[in-house]
Write a protein that binds this ligand. Structure first.
Ligand code: 0A1
Ligand code: ZN
Length: 850
């Protein structure tokens, strides 16, 4: 519902809860349109409270009865809930309310997906289930009784009793309401077990809809690996008798870490070689790890309030990234993480949605599940890890768990733990949480009489509401290479604390070539005037895999910039360096695949904008096409041999090794398609026995304009598999010729399999459209109009997804005045929509600016 002017909430307004909860009993009498929720909650006044007001959140719930200590009471309706006169002593609150799961299309609270009941309570969904102090600093043990005719009835914790048509679950660990979960439906489980480090047996169950059992094996293995890893690397043991995962088709996000009962978007857990790509497998493994790791970083220690969101998310992303690095190739994982960081977080930090990792205020918390909170938050933890070193990091984490187990904490608590355990003063480091924007780090060098100096200057551009910024503490990992390519100084971490600072290296026989910001040791933009020869040298010799890749990437961007701004043909030196790298069979194929991957068109648009050039999406697209063609022609002779080397003969495994070969093989196939018009792709399409290779071949056939038959066959073959159909939609949008992109999207929205109600399906079309800059940024504004039309239609159905996808417009200030006018008109049209949700109102207003 439209709030006239949604009011922000401020971090500084935090006050402790007036009442604490000792115990929660819930009974659910399930019914698709009229579920009854009975609650019995034991409360007591909080001695630390500053007021005595008894307030309970509650939104869209119909009260049937409300009682205090057994006596009827009449609550007063206030914003977001109710107020009641309550004793200044412990008491029991009881309520019976009615809710409508079927009518809940926002997928927040209790809703129905594919005939099953499920919940999503983070951040503020519990208040749509019943009256409750729905804030993360109120933690309580829950007992839940579910009554319903579904064969499977689940909630958090351990099963404590059941009978015909009912089941009871008890979660002994005090938790905030956002971690509550309930699932009921016709489900079947893959079952397994895990013995923890202290010898306790834990039942593991992965619940799916009948028919999906064949897609659960990998997820279960990933879960067991995650449990082992958390014991080995962080000393964290699981703490209930059972751990369950449920796959749900309609879900706004990837997954949710509800205590003992994680709920997953089907796309984030279900996979099989026939239906899923290597990238799907890798993402699933990471998400399962992420949600499992939340059991300690999020659940046992949670957030005091939502301004502390990155306390659990940044840390848990860092943990899942470390897990992936350990399970797969560390350097490949790091490069992939940085590509994602730049693509999403740098983009956010550069535009109207830039915000602090710890914001000072927000309107709708759902709009703050962002790349900044998650990915930049993880970068901050990584810098801390770099600065203190792995042993001190582990000691600090031990102290964190010991000191704060069972508490709802702040980012300050976290930093204090590090200060206490390492003796370091982290007050300057804290600026990473409080200052938004991506620092630009300029570097210059000086070589004189055997002394080498690097001078760094940092500068962070203004972001909305924050003009001047103080210098950050930046860990800069540097190594030096000698003229023959040998490493003359191994990696050393320089700690930059000033706005401008010089570091000196003595005793070098010759002027070295620096390798700066190794491993991407800080989330900054490094600016350095350097020659293509030097970058080619680093691409050939750097021992740091990240910087080796980075050298190739910056060369490619330079070539693209030349093509966009001046028609300069790609230099042979660049192509030669690329070819040498590609043929180097000491290099992991996964690394080579990443090194061959083109810089994204959105990334190029930002790079040009940073250099003061107004980006033209069509020209960028054409430049990328030209570069691809040059690469294909230059590498022509190497392609057959390399492709043969990348063939996997063994049965499909989603391992790092096999997936690396397939990734490089597909990059090569793309090049070959430009030369053979799709012949090789057609043959791969016919032979492929796994989704990675079929989808890769189909993408090439689309590029070659030879996909009509295969697209129809694919649809027919996979029409009953929603996750594969999502790929079918996404691929056609992503590979549409820019001039046809709008028409392609329009056609796909008329496909009978398109629906607005399923977030995965909607995103597969409109997320892909927003991710295709040359298709979206039509000069006549038709792309903007189309997206705005659909956002307006989606908003009343699902405000969260609408708000999230409005981020497609966040880069609008980069573009020319005509495009800006067209976008602004669409932003205004969306904002003028009657009844626009608070989520979308906030996002579009922030994007548009004052
Ligand atoms: N905490 C989950 C992500 C999540 C966040 C919000 C949601 O609804 C608004 C749902 C899930 C995670 O980090 O995985
Ligand atoms: Zn998370």
């Amino acid at each position: 519902m439209k709030d006239a002017s949604p009011q922000p909430i401020h971090l500084t307004d935090y006050t402790p809860p007036e009442y604490l909860v000792d115990d929660v009993h819930l009974t659910f009498r399930l019914d698709p349109t009229a579920t009854r929720v009975l609650s019995r909650i034991a409360l007591r006044p909080n001695p630390d409270a500053v007021s005595k007001r008894f307030f309970l959140h509650g939104e869209g719930v119909k009260a049937i009865s409300t009682k205090i200590d057994g006596k009827d009471v009449t609550p007063r309706s206030v914003e977001h809930g109710i107020e009641v006169d309550a004793p200044d002593a412990p008491f029991v609150w009881e309520a019976e309310v009615e809710i409508d799961p079927q009518g809940n299309t926002a997928l927040e609270g209790l809703y129905m997906s594919n005939g099953m009941y499920c919940t999503q309570c983070e951040a503020e969904g519990f208040r749509k289930i019943t009256y409750y102090p729905d804030r993360p600093d109120v933690m309580a043990p829950f007992t839940v009784r579910i009554e319903g005719d579904a064969p499977v009835l689940l909630s958090n914790g351990n099963p404590t009793a059941s009978g015909d048509g009912w089941a009871e679950w008890t979660d002994p660990w005090p938790k905030p309401s956002y971690l509550f979960a309930l699932v009921a439906g016709d489900l079947i489980a893959r079952e397994d077990s895990f013995t923890t480090m202290s010898g306790k047996e834990v039942d593991l169950k992965l619940w799916v809809r009948p028919g999906d059992e064949g897609k659960t094996a990998f997820g279960m293995e990933a879960l067991k690996k995650s449990m082992t890893w958390d014991e080995e690397k962080y000393g964290r043991e699981y703490d209930l008798d059972i751990f369950q995962i449920v796959a749900v088709s309609d879900f706004n996000m990837g997954a949710m870490e509800n205590k003992g009962l994680n709920i997953f978007n089907t796309s984030a857990v279900l996979c099989s070689p026939e239906t899923s790509t290597d990238a799907n497998f890798e993402r699933i493994e990471a998400i399962i790890a992420h949600e499992y790791f939340h059991n300690w970083t999020g659940n046992r220690i949670t957030c005091r309030d939502w301004f502390q969101l990155s306390l659990k998310e940044g840390l848990t992303v860092f943990r899942d990234q470390s897990f992936t690095a350990d399970e797969r190739s560390a350097s490949v994982a790091r490069i992939s993480d940085v590509i994602a960081l730049r693509g999403r977080q740098f983009r956010e930090d550069n535009g109207p949605l830039a915000h602090q990792v710890q914001p000072d205020s927000f309107v709708e918390i759902n709009n703050f599940y962002t790349a900044t909170i998650y990915e930049k938050g993880a970068e901050i933890i990584r810098m801390l890890h770099t600065l203190v070193g792995p042993e001190a990091y582990r000691k600090a984490l031990d102290l964190y768990f010991e000191r704060h187990d069972g508490q709802a904490c702040t980012i300050d608590d976290w930093l204090t733990v590090f200060e206490d355990s390492t003796g370091r003063d982290l007050s300057q480091f804290k600026r990473w949480y409080k200052q938004a924007g991506t620092p630009r780090l300029r570097v210059s060098e000086n070589w004189e009489d055997g002394t080498y100096q690097l001078t760094f200057t940092q500068n962070t551009p203004p972001t909305p509401g924050q003009d001047g910024k103080d210098p950050f503490l930046i860990p800069i990992a540097v190594g030096l290479l000698g003229p023959n390519g040998d490493e003359v100084r191994p990696t050393e971490v320089l700690e930059m604390t000033e706005g401008s600072q010089t570091f000196t290296f003595d005793g070098l026989p010759a002027k070295p070539t620096p390798s700066i910001l190794r491993g991407f040791s800080a989330p900054v933009i490094l600016e350095r005037d350097t020659s293509p020869e030097e970058r080619a040298f680093l691409l050939a010799h750097d021992t740091d895999q990240f910087n080796k890749w980075e050298a190739g990437r910056s060369l490619a961007k330079e070539v693209l910039t030349g093509l966009v701004t001046g028609d300069a043909a790609p230099q042979a030196a660049y192509l030669d360096a690329l070819a040498t790298m590609l043929r180097d069979d000491h290099l992991d194929p996964a690394f080579r695949a990443l090194a061959l991957q083109m810089p994204g068109e959105d990334d190029m648009a930002q790079t040009l904008a940073d250099a003061g050039v107004t980006p033209d999406p069509d020209r960028i697209h054409e430049a990328a096409e030209t570069l691809r063609q040059s690469r294909a022609e230059y590498l022509q002779d190497s392609l057959p041999r390399l492709m043969a080397e990348m063939t996997v003969d063994a049965p499909f495994e989603p391992s790092a090794e096999q997936s690396g070969k397939r990734a490089l093989g597909l990059q090569l196939l793309k090049l070959l398609t430009r030369l053979d018009g799709g012949k090789a792709a057609q043959s791969q399409w016919e032979k492929a026995d796994n989704m990675t290779l079929s989808l890769g071949a189909l993408a090439c056939l689309l590029d070659a304009g030879k996909a009509d038959g295969p697209i129809a066959d694919f649809r027919e073959h996979w029409k009953d598999d929603a996750l594969v159909m999502d790929k079918w939609f996404m691929l056609q949008v992503g590979h549409a010729d820019p001039a046809n992109a709008v028409a392609t999207v329009e056609r796909l929205t008329r496909d009978p399999a398109f629906t607005m109600k399923n977030p995965n399906r909607f995103r597969s079309v409109f997320g892909a459209f927003a991710g295709h800059p040359a298709g979206f940024h039509q000069k006549d504004g038709s792309g903007y109009r189309l997206l705005a039309d659909w956002l307006i239609k989606l908003d009343p159905v699902n405000p969260q997804i609408t708000a999230r996808l409005s981020g497609a417009f966040e880069t609008w200030k980069r573009y020319d005045a005509d495009r800006q006018d067209l976008i602004k008109a669409e932003l205004n049209r969306i904002l003028a929509t009657d009844g626009l949700s608070r989520d979308t109102t906030e996002m579009i207003s922030r994007i548009r600016g004052a």
